[in-house]
Design a protein around this ligand. Structure first.
Ligand code: OOG
Ligand code: MG
Length: 251
């Protein structure tokens, strides 16, 4: 029988659905789920993938309700997930959903025990983003442990124009975002939906990474978490995240 990591890796690479590994294999807890995620990530890295940052997930009440889980999670972003010009690679996807998010890029390494203020001071740029999630689990249904092991449904993402982050000009907790598909608004919200502020999501991420001896570093990108529930989309759809800090589209 294939291991949990192999099972998920094959489903990601082959773009096919699998039953939950907590059912086909065995139950495991959240720390074990992150160990499995790390093993999966190490396999990609050994094959040449480069880590360019992280994503927070299940950070908003709407997302937690949509997915039936009750705490945020985080995953790893690889260079190949970032779509140049927003052109989606549909042949690598199973049942993609789009989420309107705010992305940040760090201008400095974040000190391991950074306070909220110190962490904020390390952010160089912010941008509107669309996270394309594609759970490898049947019907997009999973437990928190399953989704963490599946690198939090990470698949592809698009980022709009990066703008320098000026805390006196932009309140990270007050960015309005609306996800439009084919001209119709599918969902809209405000970035305070993300744990009160995307800054809190970043702190939570940094705290959690520190437990594993990691830190957020200069030039890394973080997708801070969906502001609204996710929407299914298909090839040919025009998907746009319209925000107060600009817009970004999938093609
Ligand atoms: C897990 C990933 C969620 C977010 O921003 O909430 C996520 C999922 O819902 O499949 O990326
Ligand atoms: Mg997301």
């Amino acid at each position: 029988m294939k291991s949990i990591v192999e099972t998920i890796y094959d489903a990601q690479k082959g773009a096919y659905e699998i039953p939950k590994v907590t059912e086909t294999h065995h139950a495991f807890d959240i720390p074990e789920a992150y160990r499995l995620q790390a093993e999966l990530v190490a396999r990609y890295v050994s094959e040449g993938s480069r880590i360019i940052g992280y994503k927070m997930g299940l950070t908003s009440r709407e997302k937690m309700e949509q997915m039936g889980v009750d705490a945020p999670v985080h995953g790893v972003l690889f260079e190949e997930m970032l779509l140049p010009d927003g052109v989606v690679r549909f042949d690598e996807l199973i049942h993609p959903k789009a989420e309107p998010e705010v992305a940040v890029r760090f201008a400095k390494d974040v000190p391991p025990a950074a306070t909220a203020e110190e962490l904020r001071a390390c952010i160089g740029h912010i941008a509107p983003a669309i996270d394309i999630i594609d759970s490898r689990y049947l019907d997009f249904k999973f437990t928190m442990e399953d989704v963490v092991a599946d690198n939090c449904s990470s698949a592809q993402f698009a980022v709009g124009e990066w703008i320098p982050y000026d805390p006196s000009a932009t309140d990270l907790a007050a960015i309005r975002a609306a996800l439009e598909i084919n001209g119709g608004t599918r969902s809209e919200g405000i970035s305070s939906a993300v744990l009160g502020s995307p800054l809190t999501a970043l702190q939570e991420l940094h705290r959690s990474l520190a437990e594993g001896g990691e830190t957020l570093k200069k030039d890394q990108i973080v997708l801070t978490g969906a502001i609204t529930a996710a929407s299914l989309f298909v090839k040919g759809d025009t998907v746009i995240n319209k925000t107060d800090i600009g817009e970004v589209a999938l093609r």
